[in-house]
Unconditional design. Structure first.
Length: 356
């Protein structure tokens, strides 16, 4: 009836899929041995995609060319009667960040949504169906920035009421996003270490966002880029959240690979701890506020301990910020002690001409 309030679904099975499904966007480079099982997992999805768009970065050297060609061959041979595969090969090496940012920007010229998998993200059989339904259900909920199939939980599973829940932190290992949310960041025109908060110490420090603060510090310290960290900061600055699952429906298989750029070495215990290959998430939240434990900022002592443990030094401006935020004599003593402890590191960097 006209004027009747729309009832928001509480179960994903209630969400009607659109006629035009989001494309699966894949970025690949020199890891055909990882890409192959990812494509096999896509073929086993409970909901088949209609279109796969793959962006293969260009070679850095002659050694890359053969591996890149193997990826291209895998993708082109993956064409089926039920879906098309479009492969875009970069003429030059853009690097991971620029390749992804350019890929999303290009796809959103003709699509409203996309579902993203990196070449080492192994989705369980329900992944694509669940992400498509989430993109449909929450498309008009502007407080949601993205929807994800991966989670690194800050809460025990038993404390989470629905199969998907709001979070301030997101990983790119299998997620979906809308065009307007992506375009709101304008990453094409942002610097590699873009921080909408201005300073690292201005980033909120909840149990989740303190990790984003640490990641941003690392980017600035090492003059690196990471579009996911920047996206997380932008969403945080905009006051939006991400929907993540209680249990991961995507497994990362890239750790320890010789061609892995960011995560080298052995897989950390946290990486796939929440993965459940048989999990089919169903229930979704209507209210999108964070639970109290995720929304509350951590205390002064806990924050100082965290910064010290992570090797995040205090600049004079950061010290002034925390002294103003925590003005009691007890807290002032804590922050001054941390600053003096880290001062030799700052002096060495100043003398070396490095950024502080």
């Amino acid at each position: 009836m006209e004027g009747e309030a729309k009832v928001f679904p509480t179960c994903l099975s209630e969400v009607k899929l659109p006629d035009r499904l989001p494309p699966i966007v894949i970025t690949a480079f020199t890891r055909p041995d990882l890409l192959a099982p990812v494509l096999e997992a896509i073929a086993l999805q409970s909901l088949s995609p209609q279109e796969i768009i793959a962006f293969v970065d260009g070679a850095r050297n002659d050694k890359d060319r053969a591996l890149i060609q193997q990826c291209v061959d895998l993708l082109k041979n993956f064409e089926r009667s039920t879906w098309s595969v479009r492969v875009i090969q970069r003429e030059h090496n853009l690097g991971c960040d620029r390749n992804v940012i350019a890929a999303f920007t290009e796809v959103f010229e003709s699509h409203d949504t996309l579902v993203y998998l990196e070449d080492d993200d192994l989705p369980n059989p329900c992944f694509y169906d669940r992400i498509c339904r989430l993109l449909t259900a929450y498309k008009d909920r502007q407080d949601i920035f993205s929807v994800s199939g991966y989670v690194s939980r800050a809460l025990p599973a038993e404390e989470i009421a629905t199969d998907f829940f709001p979070s301030r932190r997101v990983f790119s290992w299998g997620f979906g996003i809308w065009r307007d949310r992506w375009q709101s960041m304008d990453l094409v025109h942002q610097s590699g270490q873009h921080n909408p908060f201005g300073h690292v110490y201005s980033i909120p420090t909840t149990v989740e966002s303190k990790l984003t603060l640490a990641n941003q510090f690392w980017l600035e310290k090492n003059q690196k880029t990471d579009w996911v960290i920047t996206m997380t900061l932008c969403a945080l600055h905009q006051g939006r959240v991400h929907l993540v699952p209680k249990h991961s429906i995507v497994k990362n298989i890239g750790f320890g690979h010789e061609q892995s750029e960011t995560y080298r070495g052995e897989e950390g215990s946290w990486v796939n701890k929440a993965y459940d290959p048989g999990f089919v998430p169903e229930t979704i939240p209507v209210e999108l506020g964070l639970c109290d434990r995720l929304n509350q900022e951590i205390g002064s002592a806990e924050l100082a301990k965290f910064l010290g443990k992570k090797g995040i030094w205090l600049t004079p401006a950061a010290l002034a910020h925390y002294l103003k935020k925590y003005p009691s004599p007890q807290h002032a003593h804590l922050w001054l002690g941390l600053f003096l402890q880290q001062l030799p590191t700052l002096l060495r960097r100043w003398k070396s001409g490095l950024q502080v």
